[in-house]
Design a binder for this molecule. Structure first.
Ligand code: UDP
Ligand code: MG
Length: 309
């Protein structure tokens, strides 16, 4: 069986188009499939719309979560419920075109790859988002030390072995594109240009985007904490030099009253310390999240059995 996981949060306007295109694309390569829509606590009519779609096609399943948990938890929920031997995930706003699924499927089914990621070679859409994404991907790639990492989002397909590996990582702070690279295996890619969303507005506010970026970087890279160390060491060297200079000046009697240099170094040190307290706080917060060990999501109902159930 083939499983396709699609998270949906307040997307009522595009569900018909989405389901139509996804079903058509999937049926072009296999009759044995399930499409799991994860309703991430939508407050519009997404769930009734999905139930309507399911009436006509029982291969469409709906995993309704108990509230809005966010994009990555919703994807995780869908993946954990997927039964397929080959599993794909994509966004529910048609930014990831379903028409690419057959090409990805051919690659996985050939047995040459365990994971296929869709690489964004370009984006149509808001320049600010483009810029943010560009900076993030570059920074992430250079600090995370992951092989098989490029401009990947969530749009991807994998076989059961890779999916099980991905799901065996139970961490609460989840950045799936990073985790997907982390598992290794044979990784391939297809290229695409990311469309703007079909309708509606992005659910990712600037704050959510920042959290996602921070989650990714803090959970895959030791760069921030190493930066503390490096700057700390550099600072020590500089102040050692300055200390020696001060002592020499004192002894030779050329010391002059210098409040500006004093103030500057206080400001400088103070702000650096604050920044690094913040960085350490980010780690402590994430550590705390992991130790709470709360489930990443709760399921309200899984519509997956007989039609209508
Ligand atoms: N999404 C979700 N839960 C959320 C936010 C978004 O399931 O809390 C879904 C959303 O419906 C869409 C996908 O995740 O299918 C990507 O969201 P969006 O397009 O808003 O993000 P962007 O493409 O702007 O990063
Ligand atoms: Mg989108």
């Amino acid at each position: 069986m083939f499983s396709l996981v699609i998270p949906v949060y307040n997307e009522e306007k595009l569900l018909n188009e989405l389901a139509g295109r996804a079903i058509k694309a999937v049926e072009s390569f296999t009759p044995d499939y399930e499409i799991i829509f994860v309703d991430d606590g939508s407050t519009d009519n997404s769930l009734p719309h999905l139930l309507e779609i399911r009436k006509n096609n029982p291969s469409v399943k709906i995993l309704a979560l108990s509230r809005n948990f966010g994009h990555q938890p919703a994807l995780t929920a869908g993946l954990e419920h997927a039964q397929g031997e080959i599993i794909a995930m994509m966004d529910g706003d048609l930014q990831d075109p379903p028409e690419l699924l057959p090409e990805m499927y051919t690659k996985i089914a050939s047995g040459d790859y365990d994971v296929i990621s869709a690489r964004k070679t370009g984006r149509r859409g808001k320049p600010v988002r483009k810029l943010y994404a560009g900076i993030f991907h570059r920074f992430f790639r250079s600090t995370a030390g992951l092989k098989n990492m490029s401009n990947y989002g969530n749009f991807s397909m994998m076989n059961r072995m890779a999916a099980d590996a991905l799901l065996s990582m139970k961490e609460k702070v989840r950045y799936l594109p990073g985790l997907r690279s982390y598992i290794g295996f044979r990784h391939g890619e297809i290229e695409f240009i990311r469309d703007p969303r079909y309708s509606g507005k992005s659910k990712m506010s600037l704050r959510r985007l920042f959290t996602l970026g921070a989650d990714a970087i803090f959970s895959f890279s030791r760069f921030p904490i190493r930066l503390c160390l490096i700057l700390g060491l550099l600072g020590t060297l500089v102040f050692l030099g300055a200390g020696i200079y001060v002592i020499i000046a004192k002894i030779s009697g050329t010391a002059i009253p210098g409040w500006s240099s004093t103030l500057l170094s206080i400001y400088f040190l103070g702000s650096i310390q604050l920044v690094f307290l913040g960085i350490i706080g980010e780690y402590i917060y994430r550590n705390y999240k992991e130790s709470q060990n709360r489930p990443v999501y709760f399921v309200k109902k899984y519509y997956s059995g007989e039609p209508g159930k």
